[in-house]
Design a protein around this ligand. Structure first.
Ligand code: ZN
Length: 268
């Protein structure tokens, strides 16, 4: 390349790069990344351990509640109190339908045939989601709602995506996937999240620090806390919350809905 063109290229990169892929998304209060602590299936351990730990640090979590959850029935007052204290109750269907066979061929044999998303129709799914919204409104009085895809499944039978069909019902939706490299093109209706399973606090801290390095977002998808399936021990959860609390100037920690609304309002 001739020196003249090298200089022109260097000038072009100097002008373009700050507005291109390397431009940092601006989080509130100078934070370097966002963190969403989300919890699925409305499980007792979330009331017993996760919420008290979040409360002690002043953080708000998001709880994607399955309508048929026994904990939601037995401890309804405690779920309602958590919502009144600023935690978010998200929609996670009524009956937790999932694909028994995913598009990549993996099997989830625990999914009962009657709750196989493969056999659901669009109207059936939408009615279930609307009814779950009604149930949650009866608990927390709210109409704006986010959705956590059950098993992160975004399709019905035949691989037909239902993401577009649910946009009227929800302000945002959580799926699964890696920490994004950039906030450019971030889809708030298919946000990546990490389904933790028996992970250490060190591993979870590495995950949020990856988001901090990239200037993007870390969304946790917890299930059981303090014992149960897809578990995080109460101790590891506590260490994670304490680490975030000690480094709170670096992180914008808020409910899934609040963070997604922020991204929606600050993305061009
Ligand atoms: Zn679930």
């Amino acid at each position: 390349m001739k020196p003249f063109f090298q200089i022109q290229l260097a000038l072009l990169l100097f002008i373009v790069l700050p507005y291109g892929a390397n431009a940092q998304f601006k989080w509130p209060n100078g934070a370097k990344a966002a963190i969403c602590m989300t919890y699925d299936d409305a499980l007792d351990g979330q009331l017993n351990y996760a919420i008290p730990q979040l409360d002690s640090a002043g953080f708000k979590g998001t709880f994607f509640c399955t309508g048929s959850s026994p904990s939601l029935y037995r401890r309804l007052d405690e779920w309602r109190k958590a919502a009144a204290n600023g935690h978010e109750l998200g929609n996670h269907t009524l009956f937790h339908p999932c694909l028994r066979v995913k598009p990549n061929g993996t099997h989830s044999d625990w999914v009962k045939p009657e709750y196989d998303l493969q056999t659901y129709t669009f109207p059936q799914l939408l009615n279930e989601l609307k009814t779950a919204n009604t149930l949650l409104k009866a608990i927390d009085g709210k109409e704006a709602r986010t959705y956590g895809y059950t098993c992160s499944d975004c399709t019905l039978g035949g691989g037909v995506s239902f993401t577009d069909s649910i946009k009227k019902l929800f302000t945002a939706a959580r799926s699964d996937g890696q920490v994004p490299e950039t906030m450019k093109g971030y889809d708030i209706y298919k946000t990546p999240s990490w389904g933790v399973n028996s992970n250490s606090a060190e591993e979870m801290i590495a995950y949020i620090n990856k988001a901090r390095d990239k200037g993007t977002i870390a969304v946790f998808m917890f299930h059981s806390v303090g014992g149960g399936y897809l578990n995080t021990t109460a101790e590891e959860h506590r260490k994670l919350v304490e680490y975030i609390s000690k480094n709170r100037k670096d992180f914008y920690v808020a409910t899934f809905q609040e963070v997604m609304n922020y991204i929606r309002d600050h993305s061009k």
